[in-house]
Every structure is written in structure tokens, then in C-alpha cells.
Write a protein that binds this ligand. Structure first.
Ligand SMILES: *Cc1c(COP(=O)(O)O)cnc(C)c1O
Length: 390
């Protein structure tokens, strides 16, 4: 048996209950039942109601956005953001090779083509330097458009994602985007509560998306939201998310091919209660990392992932990075931990290696591949009270 793997799992065991641990489960410790009951009693459980409006307004206030639009999931939110931003079928959108599959799927659902680029070693998100050098290599300016020399298609947007809540170097990405004329849409699914300087993630691009799936920092059961400072775009996002119906007391007039992507009021009721607890959840995660840091102190085979200087991470998912010389231990650790009832995970398989995306355009992505080979995601539920070391 591997000494390192045994040591690693025994250290994780100090943080989680003896009965084992899931990766990330929700905590309902506030007004959830009260608001759900109020919502049911009101009769408004679907796409109209006061909780949706309240959730949008509370969320916008929390992140500092002018507008928030609640939607049925993070994935459809991204799809809607792409469509409303003018991304057309057949155009290419730059996506980090390291992300959850939903990032690329949203691009595909919008009819566009995900074009993969590498991530940075420090942020684990889109690398602006790799992005620039890749565009200098494959990009060709023609009649005000940026074409991919290899495919002949237009490259129109870039979709950075803040891995595990750690903010991407957005000023760097914005510079490259301005230079090449790209739209910037942020997949901030994992980064509610994460800031770059004083600015909340999701507010650097023209629009940002948060997810409220059951495993995220706060949950609405299923759901997502888009944030923007752009009034025209906000109106378009909301209009397209609600079948593009022209407001009228009785007439069914629709001026575009809209979607049924609105977040139901009953989900928003849960969201309002969860949002009230968000500062506490984030504080918990931020102290959980010191617990893991303490537990892994003096281990010579890896390090706990920490936030970059100048950023505040919500530490949505805690992670341990094995030293390159010990990457072969990853699967042994996963196996041993699962035997002990601890649901640790590797990183997502790189998107450019997945069956549906193997044929897509891609830069060389060695950092994504390297991180994939040696990251272990640690139990990160808000219920793991950081002081509870046994
Ligand atoms: C969770 C997640 C999504 C999708 O959100 P859903 O609400 O589950 O559709 C998209 N991108 C990333 C990076 C995610 O982690």
C-alpha cells in the first residue's frame, strides 16, 4: 500500500466526520421552510412572483450589479447570455480546457463552437498569456472580423471560468479581448462571493453567470442568474428568458424566438433564504481552508490550493495539489478515500479530450492536463464546521 496515500487520507479524515463525507452538500439553516410555505400559500409558484423579484434584487445588491436576471439553471443562463450577446451559430467561442462540461455545452446549445485554450498555473482559470499567443498564432484579421485561420470561422467571444471560486486574471483577459475585439462572458457558476480587488466576479465581462445547483455555494434546488451593468442587455436577457412576450394585458404577441428559461418563484423562495446565509457560508469556507492547511502542514507531497494575491476566493471547492513527482498517487488516494466513505474527486477530464469535443478547435493545453493529473478535490460542505477537528 502507498504510504503517501494512507497519510493523505488520514489527514483528510481529521477534518470530516468519522462516518465519511460527501463532496459538497447544502445547508438549510435559515428561513427556507418559512419562505417556501409563503410561496405556496401565495399561489404563485411558477415564473412570476415576488420571490423571483426579491431574489434578483438581493443578488444584485450583494454582488454590486445594476441588474440580475434569475434563470432555470446556470447552463441555460450561459446559453442565453451567448445568444443575447449576439453570438451566432457557426461562430467560435474561446473556452478554458479545464471546466465543467456545462461551459462548453452552453456554447454548443447556442449553435456556436467551443474553441479550447489553456489555463494558468496560478488561477487554474483561463490564462490571458496563453490566450494572446494562441490568437496571434491562429487568428487572422479580415474586414473587421477575427477569423480562425484553420477553420475559416469567426472567433467572437471568450468565456473565462473562475475555477472553484478562484478568480481568473480578468484585467489580463479584458486586455486581450479588447485587442482582438472579443465579447467577454464570465462563467462565474462557482464564484459567488469571490472578488478580484473590490470587484465581484461576474462583473468584468458584459455579463456573468452564477449557478445555484445543489452543490454550489448557495442553492435554489436548480437555477442560475445572470448579472450585468448594461440596461439594454438586461432587458433583452429577461425578455428572451420569458418567451419574448410583448407585455400586454391579454394579447399573446411575441417579437422573437424566446426561451422558457425563467427561474420559478418556488425556487427563488429557497434562494432568498439561502442568500441571507451567504456571508456565513463564505466565511465558513474561508476558514475551512485554514483547517486543511493546518492538517496538511509539513506534508511534503503536495499543497492545499490558496487564493492568489489581490483576490478573495469563496473557496467553493477545497483542493489539494500533489507535487508533480507524486501525480501517480492520485488514483490510489481517490480509491483509499472512497473506501473510507470520503467522496474526494479528481478534476474534470479536460474538455478537449471528451468524446463530443475531441474534434473541436483547440490550443495546446499542457497546464490543464497537468493540473488534471494531480488535483484532488476535498470535502467542502458548509456543514464541515472548521473548528470541529477531532
Ligand atoms: C455548476 C456549473 C455550471 C452549470 O450550472 P447548472 O446550474 O448546474 O446548470 C456551469 N459551469 C460551471 C463551471 C459549473 O461549475
Amino acid at each position: 500500500m502507498s504510504v503517501i496515500a494512507e497519510d493523505c487520507v488520514s489527514r483528510i479524515s481529521e477534518v470530516v466526520p468519522a462516518s465519511g463525507a460527501t463532496l459538497h452538500e447544502p445547508v438549510f439553516g435559515g428561513n427556507e421552510k418559512k419562505y417556501l410555505a409563503e410561496c405556496i400559500d401565495s399561489g404563485f409558484v411558477s415564473s412570476v412572483g415576488e420571490f423571483v423579484t426579491r431574489f434578483e434584487s438581493d443578488l444584485a445588491t450583494y454582488v454590486g450589479a445594476q441588474y440580475a436576471i434569475a434563470v432555470a439553471s446556470g447552463t441555460v443562463g450561459l446559453q442565453l447570455a451567448l445568444v443575447a450577446s449576439g453570438v451566432k451559430p457557426g461562430q467560435e467561442v474561446l473556452v478554458p480546457a479545464l471546466s465543467f462540461v456545462a461551459t462548453a455545452n452552453a456554447v454548443s446549445h447556442a449553435g456556436a463552437i467551443a474553441h479550447f485554450v489553456d489555463v494558468a498555473e496560478d488561477s487554474w482559470g483561463l490564462d490571458p498569456f496563453a490566450l494572446r499567443s494562441h490568437l496571434e498564432e491562429v487568428g487572422q484579421s479580415e474586414g473587421g472580423k477575427l477569423l480562425n485561420k484553420n477553420t475559416g470561422r469567426e472567433i467572437v467571444a471568450v468565456l473565462p471560468m473562475h475555477t472553484f471560486g478562484h478568480p481568473v486574471d480578468m484585467p489580463g483577459v479584458l486586455d486581450v479581448a479588447a485587442e482582438f475585439g472579443l465579447i467577454v462572458i464570465e462563467d462565474a457558476a462557482e464564484s459567488l462571493g469571490s472578488l478580484l480587488g473590490e470587484t465581484h466576479t461576474g462583473l468584468f465581462g458584459s455579463v456573468g453567470m452564477f449557478s445555484f445547483n445543489g452543490n454550489k455555494t448557495i442553492t435554489t434546488g436548480g437555477g442560475g442568474a445572470l448579472v450585468t451593468h448594461d440596461e439594454g442587455l438586461a432587458r433583452k436577457l429577461k425578455h428572451l428568458s420569458t418567451t419574448a412576450k410583448v407585455p400586454h394585458r391579454w394579447s399573446f404577441d411575441h417579437d422573437d424566438i424566446g426561451f422558457n428559461f425563467r427561474m420559478p418563484n418556488i425556487n427563488a423562495a429557497l434562494g432568498v433564504a439561502q442568500l441571507e446565509q451567504l456571508p456565513g457560508f463564505v466565511a465558513n469556507q474561508r476558514s475551512l481552508v485554514s483547517t486543511y492547511r493546518q492538517v496538511f502542514a509539513l506534508s511534503d507531497y503536495g499543497v492545499v490550493k490558496e487564493e492568489r494575491r489581490g483576490t478573495t476566493s469563496n473557496y467553493w471547492l477545497q483542493a489539494f495539489l500533489l507535487a508533480q513527482s507524486h501525480s501517480s498517487e492520485r488514483d490510489v488516494i481517490l480509491e483509499l478515500a472512497h473506501d473510507a466513505g470520503i467522496a474526494v474527486r479528481p478534476l474534470w477530464n479536460p474538455l478537449n479530450e471528451l468524446e463530443p469535443y475531441r474534434g473541436n478547435p483547440s490550443a495546446f493545453t499542457p497546464v490543464a492536463k497537468d493540473l488534471w493529473s494531480r488535483v484532488i478535490c476535498l470535502p467542502s460542505s458548509a456543514s464541515l464546521i472548521p473548528t470541529d477537528i477531532h
